[in-house]
Design a protein around this ligand. Sequence first.
Ligand SMILES: Cc1cc2nc3c(=O)[nH]c(=O)nc-3n(C[C@H](O)[C@H](O)[C@H](O)COP(=O)(O)OP(=O)(O)OC[C@H]3O[C@@H](n4cnc5c(N)ncnc54)[C@H](O)[C@@H]3O)c2cc1C
Length: 362
Amino acid sequence: MKVAIMGAGLSGLACAIILEQQGIYPTIFEKRSRVGDRFVNMENIFNILERPVSDSLNYLKDTYGITLKPISEVKEITAHSKNRKGHLKGNFGYSNIRGRHEDSFENQLLLKIKSQIIYNSQCSYNELLKDYSHIVIATGNGEDAASMKNYTQDLQVSIIGATIGGEFNPSHISTWYNNDFAPKGYGYLVPFSQSRAQISIAYPEYIKEDRIDKDELWSRFCQEVQEDVGNNLNITDNFSIKGYKVGICKKPKINNTYFTGNCFGAIMPAYGCGQIPAMLTGIYAALDICRKGSYDELTKPLRQSYEDSLVLRRGLEKLDNDKLDVLVSILNRNLTSRALDKSVEFNFLKLISKFLKPFIRD
Ligand SMILES: Cc1cc2nc3c(=O)[nH]c(=O)nc-3n(C[C@H](O)[C@H](O)[C@H](O)COP(=O)(O)OP(=O)(O)OC[C@H]3O[C@@H](n4cnc5c(N)ncnc54)[C@H](O)[C@@H]3O)c2cc1C
C-alpha cells in the first residue's frame, strides 16, 4: 500500500498521525515551503457546533491520542449588534493559533509525525494517481473535487483581518452582528494574549462587487471596535482574503481517493468553523485506509452538520439590524449562557435548523 497525502494542513497531518499509529508511513506533498507558511491568525473552536462531542480537544486526545494546546479557553463572549449588547459566561470552547507561528495547530501536529514531507510540491492529483494506491486530498480547498465534478459550492466569503495592540483578557472574545460593516456576516475580536488581539470581519460575497467598498466596511468596523472595546487600535498586521469558498463534496471517497478537510466540506457555512471537522475527516480517511472504519459512514454526521449549518446561515442572512438587535438581546439571558455551555449536550445546529427550515424558503 502506498499512500499520498496532498497538503500538510490540519486534515492531512491528522491523517498521517493515525496512519503512522497503524504502521503506515504516507508521503505528504505540500505546495508551500514549510508547514503553516501563511499569515498568523486566531481561530476558535466552539463546542456547541461540534455535537455530539462536548469538548472537541479532549475528544481528540482521549479517542485518537492527538493532544493540541490552545492559546486559551473561551469563558466569556460579548455579542454586539447595532443598538444592543449581550454577554455570555460559560465553557464555550477554545482559541488557537494558525499559520506561521510555532504553536499553530499545524505546527503542533507536525511534531507528531515522522513521514516524509515533500515541500514546494507541484505534483498534481493525476500525477500522484500513477504512483500511489491511495490518495488523500487535503489541500484546504475544493478545487480538485470540483474538477472531478464532485463538489457543490454554497457560498464565497471575504475575510479582512488585522492584529491590534491593547489590553485584553485572552478568555474573552467579542463578536459583532451589524449589516453596516459586515453585511450578512459578522465581525470578531479574539485575543492572542493580554496585549495583542486579532480583529476580523467575514461576509458572504453576494452583493455585486461594485456595490461593496471593502475599505469602507473595514474602517466602519475598526471605528466600532474602538468604541466598544475602548482601545485605540494600534494595528500591526493585516490580511485580506477574497473568494474563500464554502462547499461540500458530493461523494467523500471515489475509489481510493479521499476528499478531506475543506475539500470534503469541513467549513461550517454559518460561522466558518472547520478545524475540528477537518481533523476528523483526516482521521476517518486514515481509519478507512487501514480498514478500521468506513469513510462514507464516519463522515455522515459531518455532512449533516454542514447541512444544518447552511440552514442557520440562510436564516441569519435574512436578519436586518433590528432583528439582530432582538437576537443579541436574547443572548443576554442566563438561560442562553447555560444552553451554549459545553456541559449541556443538546445538538444546537440540529435543533436550530429544524426550527429555521420553514422560514428560509424564498
Ligand atoms: C481567516 C480564516 C479564519 C478561520 N477561522 C476559523 C475558526 O475560527 N474556527 C475554525 O474552526 N475554522 C476556521 N477557519 C477554517 C479552518 O481554518 C479550515 O476549515 C481548516 O484549516 C481546513 O483544514 P484543511 O486541512 O482542509 O486545510 P489547511 O489546514 O488549510 O491545509 C491545506 C494545506 O494544503 C496545502 N496545499 C494547497 N494546495 C495544495 C496542492 N495542490 N498540493 C499540495 N499541497 C497543497 C496548503 O499549502 C496547506 O498547507 C478559518 C479559515 C480562515 C481562512
